[in-house]
Ligand binder design. Structure first.
Ligand code: NAD
Length: 351
């Protein structure tokens, strides 16, 4: 029996290869906006400059910090108020999108997002802020960008290791959307197509970072994965990464790419529908085999210890993960099986 409630988020999505500048100008003008706050970090400035040329920019803001520390958000909000802007345009990765969302959260200003990684934040109504060492996230309709403009040429400059980690972070959205706390059949369908697109694009991008065809398939998959994830909510994978990232200050995308195969192997035996869909998306006999083949093809990061997690962090992370894990996770969690999962991810065993 099919019984569920699915909410689709309203957003325009524009694929505009080599044409971000005119596509963004069109989206800003459709919003009747005339004073743009353009957010891009100094590392993203070269990508943002050509887009800025066609816009009524009232303010350029460069102070972007991963996980959006509260003081950074406060300074951006004050600058937006002072410059009396009426739209926010973000050009950059998830950190830049995240700052735009933080400003939108308190001002209600519309956001036009131009992503330059595969993070997928542009497709969600989830915001994140860090106060000291505590990261909080929340859901608010005001932070969902009104428009997203994807231009594959903006991602040709992504270094290969970052492209791979970011693409695997997107894959994690798709896999976790299969069993998130609110996962429904629409999420599963979107997530399956997301995984198919990512599995097609990512190996191409890993070999040739300038392949527009590879980047476009990866962007398409990353977008669908984030849409599915926003609807399904954080599953076990994201709860684990959230706790580990916050406790040990681990890099976001790399942490996701290391942990994902362990969560898939953990849940697959008790999630036959997800297992079948993920395997079909990869075109392999089992979901675990499909992910392993993709990870081998892109030389994925393998071990949490390589990114600075201490070994005694394993027992420290167990209680908060047990407390945060969704009650409907396919495989019931215990202290023992979670410890074994974390140890395998820490050591890089079988990954
Ligand atoms: P990031 O935005 O921090 O970017 C990583 C680095 O790559 C930065 O130095 C950036 O300047 C650089 N960069 C970005 N695009 C580039 C390009 N095209 N060429 C060269 N360099 C480029 O990292 P990320 O992985 O994109 O985003 C991670 C952040 O996004 C985290 O804070 C995470 O929590 C957040 N996030 C939020 C959501 C959500 O739904 N709210 C979803 C996914 C990720």
């Amino acid at each position: 029996m099919l019984r569920f409630t699915h909410e689709s988020l309203g957003q325009r999505v524009v694929f505009a290869p080599s044409d971000a500048a005119s596509a963004v100008a069109a989206e800003v003008s459709a919003l009747d906006a005339s004073r743009v706050m353009l957010i891009a970090s100094d590392r993203e400035a070269a990508l943002a400059d050509p887009i800025a040329t066609g816009l009524p920019v009232a303010l350029r803001h460069e102070e972007v910090v991963m996980h959006v520390p509260v003081p950074v958000a406060e300074r951006a909000r004050a600058a937006a108020a002072e410059a009396d802007v009426d739209v926010i345009v973000t050009v950059g990765g998830g950190s830049t999108t995240g700052l735009g969302k933080a400003v939108a959260l308190t001002t209600g200003l519309p956001v036009v997002s131009v992503p330059t990684t595969y993070a997928g934040s542009e497709a969600t109504d989830v915001w994140g802020l860090t106060d000291g060492e505590t990261k909080s996230t929340g859901v608010d309709a005001r932070v969902l960008p009104r428009s997203v403009v994807y231009d594959a040429t903006l991602l040709t400059s992504l270094p290969a290791d970052l492209a791979v980690a970011s693409g695997l972070n997107a894959l994690a959205h798709g896999v976790d959307a299969m069993w998130g706390p609110r996962a429904d059949p629409i999420d599963a369908a979107l997530a399956g197509e997301a995984i198919r697109g990512l599995a097609e694009g990512l190996p191409v991008v890993a070999k040739d970072g300038s392949s527009l065809d590879g980047i476009e398939h990866t962007l398409y998959g990353a977008y669908l994965a984030a849409v599915a994830f926003a609807s399904a909510g954080s599953g076990l994978h994201h709860k684990i990464c959230h706790v580990l990232g916050g406790m040990f200050n681990l890099p976001h995308a790399q942490t996701h790419s290391v942990v994902l195969p362990h969560v898939l192997a953990f849940n697959a035996p008790h999630a036959p529908d997800a297992e079948r869909r993920i395997a079909a998306a990869f075109g392999t006999d089992t979901a675990v085999d499909g992910l392993a083949a993709l990870r081998a093809a892109v030389d994925a990061p393998r071990a949490l210890r390589d990114f600075g997690m201490p070994e005694d962090g394993i027992p420290k992370a167990v209680p908060p993960i047990l407390a945060a894990a969704p009650a409907n996770n396919p495989t019931p969690l215990t202290e023992e099986n979670l410890t074994a999962l974390l140890r395998a991810a820490w050591e890089g065993e079988h990954a």
